[in-house]
Design a protein around this ligand. Structure first.
Ligand SMILES: Nc1nc2c(ncn2[C@@H]2O[C@H](COP(=O)(O)OP(=O)(O)OP(=O)(O)O)[C@@H](O)[C@H]2O)c(=O)[nH]1
Ligand SMILES: [Mg+2]
Length: 298
């Protein structure tokens, strides 16, 4: 019986959360084409009769000067230091840069055996794959390199067996029926954030936090969800709401539908947009919105 943790690390937008969701077989982490989608360390659990793998999805490496980002970066590093296996995810579809190799070296030097997954091969010319792989050969600490596509489900079995081969012997740590360490309430807030990431541009999604004020199942089986969308400026609030409230209504509809799918029940959703200037640099507000050092595992 094999059991252990796999820190899933790499640059922002590389495709880490998508890969974790596919490997776990359920959506445990939100996904978007914008960098810095994941802000928390999220466990995705995969249990089989011979093994239990705890994937630790982490915030991607990204340069931004605010306290939230520095906590996110520390969270990824701490996770990679304390794990059994590092899974370094790299998106090579626009070519591998020197900084990708440097980042891989950094994670591979932390002590755990490192597997490099070159992902998004479905949008890479076939002939570019070998030259991308070669860039990660010979890095000390890198034990395996594998090309995959999470979107197309390519090489998922092969990746899983590689991971299992590096896990220590041990018993289940999580309930075998669990897929995540996060609560339904957490996922409800994340679903709202995902729809905001998809709907708005530029700095707006990065400056948004979502606080779930109430999440309650009523006697008739309908979930009553009330949440705040926190943004950084008055003009952001105006954009989020949109002309005659149209933008927010659209986002609310997408979010409600996704919440209903996730919960398998009807949702009555009410949202309120609040401005809190510079909340990303305010320790008290970071804590209030779920980004305490404790929550991020640092
Ligand atoms: N074509 C293709 N796109 C992918 C694949 N995996 C992920 N993507 C896309 O890449 C984008 C980023 O995916 P995420 O999974 O959110 O990336 P991440 O590494 O978790 O990003 P952060 O949380 O911001 O660090 C999304 O638009 C995904 O749909 C893949 O295998 N093929
Ligand atoms: Mg992510």
């Amino acid at each position: 019986m094999k059991s252990g943790t796999v820190a899933v690390v790499g640059r922002a937008n590389a495709g880490k959360s998508t890969l974790v969701n596919v490997l776990v077989g359920e959506k445990v982490a939100i996904v978007s084409p914008k960098p810095q989608t994941t802000r928390d360390r999220i466990y995705g659990v995969l249990t089989d009769k011979d093994y239990q793998i705890v994937f630790e999805d982490t915030p991607g490496v990204y340069k931004a000067k605010n306290a939230l980002n520095s906590r996110m970066q520390r969270s990824a590093e701490t996770t990679a230091k304390e794990t059994d296996v590092v899974l370094f995810v790299v998106d090579g579809h626009e070519g591998i840069r020197e900084e990708d190799v440097a980042l891989c070296k950094k994670f591979a030097s932390l002590g755990a055996p490192t597997i490099v997954a070159l992902t998004k091969t479905d949008i890479m010319p076939k002939e570019n794959i070998p030259e991308n792989l070669v860039r990660f050969g010979g890095i000390e600490g890198v034990s395996e390199i594998i090309p995959v596509s999470a979107r197309k489900g390519r090489k998922m079995k092969e990746l899983l067996s590689l991971i299992v081969s590096y896990l220590p012997e041990g018993d289940y740590v999580f309930d075998p029926n669990a897929v995540s360490d996060k609560s339904e309430k957490f996922m409800i807030g994340e679903i709202m954030r995902e729809k905001i990431l998809l709907r708005y541009e530029k700095e707006i999604p990065h400056g948004v936090a979502v606080r779930v004020n109430s999440f309650e199942k009523k006697q008739n089986g309908v979930y009553d969800v009330n949440l705040d969308i926190i943004c950084e400026r008055q003009n952001h609030k105006a954009i989020i709401i949109g002309k005659q409230g149209r933008a927010l209504r659209e986002v609310n509809t997408f979010a409600r539908e996704a919440m209903e799918k996730f919960l398998g029940a009807k949702v009555f959703l009410t949202t309120y947009v609040v401005v809190k200037e510079n909340w990303r640099d305010d320790p008290a507000l970071l804590k209030e919105y779920g980004y305490s050092e404790e929550n991020l595992g640092i």
